[in-house]
Ligand binder design. Structure first.
Ligand SMILES: NC(=O)C1=CN([C@@H]2O[C@H](COP(=O)(O)OP(=O)(O)OC[C@H]3O[C@@H](n4cnc5c(N)ncnc54)[C@H](O)[C@@H]3O)[C@@H](O)[C@H]2O)C=CC1
Ligand SMILES: O=C(O)C1=N[C@H](C(=O)O)C[C@H](O)C1
Length: 248
């Protein structure tokens, strides 16, 4: 049995994760913590793996606490940049044997979307990302959109792609979206949505669109459970669920 603690257990993803862990073979939910609870509850309950679905402003403190105690972590919370990842690598060096998975998106389709987007990137002159989410989301652009842009940016650099054509010289601030690694990212917040993304590629005479839709939060749970099962055997920092999937 892997003993699992959930941080952010009263939130949308945390609550869904508690249900998924309770229903999964070989996993035991030993702690559900939310804002105001003491992290010591995790050690008291003997948690071996912690799942974090909290907020970008608190996740680094939670992870430092877990890593210092050799507790593995599976992290869905957004807000990770290169600086944060470097900090985690440093902390993990001092705690050999401890594993942390940072997954910008736990749904299989979103992982495939990111992989396919990186694959398509060298073949198109233009690319833009549109992420669409529920209006309770506190961060923009989404972690998934950031990661997709980084993967596309890396693939375009590798292919020595020409700059993306764009004649805009006059712009109302924000009209062309945010720029992540040279890629334009547009965010939509709409009641009724859960989590969705389109990656649009263009070249003369054709447009190619990759779209992924999470219709509910169960869509993330297969990836979360996989992460919990694997992280104890994967010391160090892993970024992206694709490393735990056999994608060929
Ligand atoms: N990687 C993925 O596949 C997914 C990632 N997310 C990300 O997960 C995060 C949480 O998303 P939601 O569940 O929708 O948000 P939410 O706002 O519903 O839940 C966050 C929960 O964290 C709690 N919290 C805040 N500070 C805390 C602390 N110090 N200790 C313990 N709990 C604390 C809040 O009280 C709240 O219950 C966001 O960053 C979101 O972008 C969301 C969906 C999928
Ligand atoms: O806040 C959300 O809901 C989601 N957050 C993650 C992100 O920012 O990419 C994953 C998914 O898009 C849902």
């Amino acid at each position: 049995m892997i003993k699992v603690g959930v941080l952010g257990a009263k939130g949308k993803m945390g609550a869904q994760t508690c249900l998924a862990v309770e229903g999964a073979d070989g996993l035991e939910l030993v702690a559900r913590l939310d804002q105001g609870d003491e992290l010591d509850e995790l050690t008291k309950a003997g948690a071996q793996v912690v799942v974090d679905f909290t907020r970008p402003e608190v996740v680094m403190g939670n992870l430092e606490w877990c890593i210092e105690r050799g507790i593995h972590a599976v992290v869905g919370t957004t807000g990770f940049d290169d600086e944060r990842l470097a900090t985690l690598r440093g902390q993990l060096e001092a705690s050999p044997g401890t594993g942390v998975l940072i997954a910008p998106n736990f749904s299989i389709g979103a992982v495939l979307m990111m992989q396919f987007a990186a694959q398509a990137a060298p073949y198109y002159e233009s690319v833009e990302i549109i992420e669409l989410h529920h209006p309770d989301k506190v961060d923009a652009p989404s972690g998934t959109a950031r990661r997709t842009a980084e993967l596309i940016g890396a693939a375009r650099r590798e292919a020595d792609s020409a700059p993306i054509p764009d004649a805009t010289t006059t712009e109302l601030e924000g009209a062309r979206g945010a720029e992540v690694d040279g890629i334009r990212v547009h965010g939509i917040r709409l009641q009724g949505l859960v989590a969705h993304q389109e990656v649009m590629f263009g070249r003369t005479g054709e447009v190619f669109t990759i779209r992924h839709d999470s219709m509910n939060r169960e869509s993330f749970m297969g990836g979360v459970i996989l992460g919990i099962r694997q992280i104890g055997d994967t010391p160090g920092l892993t970024v992206g669920l694709e490393h735990f999937l056999d994608l060929g």
